[in-house]
Design a protein around this ligand. Sequence first.
Ligand code: PMP
Length: 456
Amino acid sequence: MTDAETAVMPDRTNTSRDHAKRYVRHFLADFAKLDQEYPRTYPRMIVRGEGAYVIDEEGRRILDAGSHLGACQIGHGHPEVADRIHQQVRNIEFIALDAGISHVYAAALGERLAKMVLCDDPVFSFTNSGSESNELAFKIARQYHRRRGQPGRVKIFSRNGSYHGSTLATSAATGAAPFKEGFGPLPEGFIQGAQPSPGRCGHCGFNDACSLACLDDFERLIMAEGSETVAAVIAEPIAIPQAVKVPPPDYFVRLRKFCDDHGILLIIDEVVCGFGRTGRMFGAEHFGVHGDIVTFAKGLTSGYVPMGAVAVARHVEEVFKNAPLLHLNTYAGHPVACAAAMAVLDIMERERLVLHSARMEPILRRELQRLQNAVARVRYLSVIGLLSSVIVDISDRPDPDAVIRRVRNIAYDNGLLARVARDGALLSVHFYPPLVVAEQDIVAGVRALEIALRMI
Ligand code: PMP
């Protein structure tokens, strides 16, 4: 066997530490490299998955409480998805949607999604990721106004603390500062304003009800910039980067009306909230808000293969009828990704996973409330469906990064793959397992988190 072959095979003659060392040696600095200095094996090498669990090289079963950046909905290792991907590769591995050529798999997926998404009589453009979906949404919004004779409408408004992707334009639209600093100059015309943000928006405290003063600020900012210069507002139905932020019911009703009154398109970013994560198929269903453009990715294929999509309402699509949008994407609507998405949607429906996500919400809340009662540092909890966060005060700790490592490592040693991030003097711990998670998994996972948080 050559070196190249052994490098990608989890061969049994090497220890986990050897594999981790190879990774660290050959990959650009990324999040997987975090925590190397922990006196164990880093990065942890995952070799298999089963439902809500991943299994590492040492055979440990770990609850996947971050669903791998929120992608995994139907659980890991589903044989039906594997079979359908396999079958699709045998039928035809790839067809580019170009020059009079398409395929039945993209047509079937578009038809199915059109019945689900909160977007009026939508048409679709497929992508490979959430970032690409949002990037395309911005291009569509700007072209839409240009074709309607308003070329001055170019600005894209988003909200502080949001995340919309890793490309240059989506970094510019991202409100969470650490993801955009040092990459400039970023594209012009991207502006951020306030959003409901417990303890951070400057209006409401951690456990107060939202007064919507943040939305007053946001609207005032747009008016000050000149609403006639604005192409679109982009918003996640429920933002998660710092904490899971569930806006009050009237937030989106008002934002939708404001956009309509000022001729601004509303882009709903469902990349994390979509496909059952919040106990509804799409996050926007909690607020009954329709997007002019709706973007998604992750849960669409449950992470089995990369795929994203942009839904465009018919009234927006009309302007592209006579001259298509010149936006070429080689792998758009990749047949293997379409097959994976169709299999995932079949499984979600058959196993009633959206309902299951809603039914697990009170159990997750009960367990997290118990954790809050047990750990004095917990400042704020938020739960919707199987999406939750716990905000922990670590302001008395001199080295917050060391605290993160410790929490992550102790959680892992207790069977929990937790997503722990730092937000100033606060720790945000997200708990959002695959939708197939059972009550006892949640109970065990939150206990593991409690052990870790007690040891800060
Ligand atoms: N939008 C939101 C709300 C996201 O959470 C993410 C990814 N975390 C993205 C967009 C970007 O998606 P991707 O990483 O697939 O490009």
